[in-house]
Design a protein around this ligand. Structure first.
Ligand SMILES: Cc1ncc(COP(=O)(O)O)c(C=O)c1O
Length: 369
């Protein structure tokens, strides 16, 4: 069936494929107990102050939110040493990325993106009519900013850089990032998607916040991962104030909801110590999981996120399916061109135990086939 009148560019794009939900797996596999380690969510959330603030906000849900999102912008800005005018709010990092595509791209423009990365960059660029130039990760599963730099032309409008990268968890070399930043033509923007930055050590990431005034750099972050508000749909950009004003103009009005905003504010204030404690626990789980997987002879890629990307030596789709039957949702990396790799999100320690025993039994099953 075809939809009459549709823009030609849209025919080239594909719908975003989200990870399976717990409800879907319960239904499809007739299971009661399912754990989800497929979407990089935070198992320790919602945090107590965020939970209380969100519940309280329900009584005001009939009122539009403060369209300027003034308080949340100020809270975020303070964490980056900037004021509220440097922060734009959107419905998830995804909403901000879409707005950036709508802001900069028209038919015939070029974007540069890593082939094995967050899939939304490609689709929103295509929908806007841009020509997509892809640059493959290197053999260490890391984005190569020098290769992206080599792809720059006068037509480049956006370079999509995911750091740390989803699905591999790797970070770019800081000096190579700086070379890419310095080589941007005047009409090109480097969009640094830092959805997982809170899980990384600061010294492993470029100091992007220092680049906002003197370079065409914009930072995109989210409350969906470290702050555990994926269902609240709050993301943001940190950028120079003139770009923030443009993002606000292009976004639809009230593009974030009262409940998500209340939760996000609490995460940055009263819940800050709770968020930090959860990050510590997840980092400890990550170390343990890296060790456990390596001990099984599986090749683990060093990660700077709340997920681990590792080689399983068998067909990853079949293994992920065998794990679904055991009630554990993980992500096969085959769609990214890695047919023998899985991506697993850190759960609670109890969930990680279930993951490891399901992995052992699913691997046994597949190896026997
Ligand atoms: C790299 C990256 N960017 C952006 C997003 C979108 O996050 P949000 O929930 O804020 O839209 C995700 C979600 O998985 C992601 O992995």
């Amino acid at each position: 069936m075809s939809v009459p009148g549709i823009r030609e560019e849209i025919l080239k794009a594909q719908a975003y494929v989200a990870g399976k939900t717990i409800e879907e797996v319960q239904r499809e596999y007739g299971l009661e107990s399912v754990i989800k380690l497929g979407s990089n969510e935070n198992p320790y959330a919602p945090f107590p102050a965020a939970r209380a603030a969100m519940i309280e906000e329900i009584d005001r849900i009939h009122e539009y939110p403060d369209a300027s999102f003034r308080d949340l912008r100020a809270n975020i800005g303070a964490r980056f040493g900037r004021d509220a005018s440097s922060v734009a709010i959107g419905h998830g990092a995804g909403g901000i990325l879409e707005t950036l595509a709508a802001t900069f791209l028209r038919t015939g423009d070029e974007v540069i993106l890593p082939t094995q990365s967050y899939g939304l960059y490609r689709e929103i660029s295509k929908v806007a009519g841009a020509t997509v130039k892809e640059v493959s990760l290197n053999e260490q599963f890391t984005i190569d900013p020098d290769a992206m730099r080599a792809a720059l032309t006068g037509k480049t409008r956006i370079v999509w850089l995911c750091n740390p990268n989803n699905p591999t968890g790797t970070v770019v070399d800081v000096a190579a990032y700086e070379r890419l930043r310095d080589a941007l033509p005047p009409t090109a923007w480097l969009v640094v998607d830092e959805a997982y930055a809170e899980f990384a050590a600061e010294e492993n990431l470029p100091a992007t916040a220092q680049d906002l005034d003197d370079h065409n750099v914009v930072i995109v972050r989210t409350f969906s991962k470290a702050f555990g508000l994926a269902g609240g749909r709050i993301g943001y950009a940190v950028a120079r104030p003139d770009l923030v004003r443009v993002i606000d103009t292009v976004s639809e009005p009230f593009n974030a909801n009262r409940i998500g905003i209340a939760g996000a504010r609490a995460c940055l204030t009263d819940d800050w110590p709770n968020v930090q404690a959860a990050l510590k626990r997840l980092q400890a789980s990550r170390t343990r999981l890296e060790r456990e997987l390596s001990a099984r002879g599986l090749e683990v890629t060093t990660t700077h996120t709340n997920f681990v990307f590792f080689e399983v030596g068998v067909d990853a789709d079949a293994l992920a399916e065998a794990m679904l039957r055991r009630g554990v949702i993980v992500r096969s990396a085959s769609a990214w061109g890695y047919p023998a790799h899985l991506r697993v999100t850190m759960g609670t320690e109890a969930q990680n135990d279930v993951f490891l025993s399901s992995l052992d039994s699913a691997l046994d099953e597949i190896r026997k086939e």
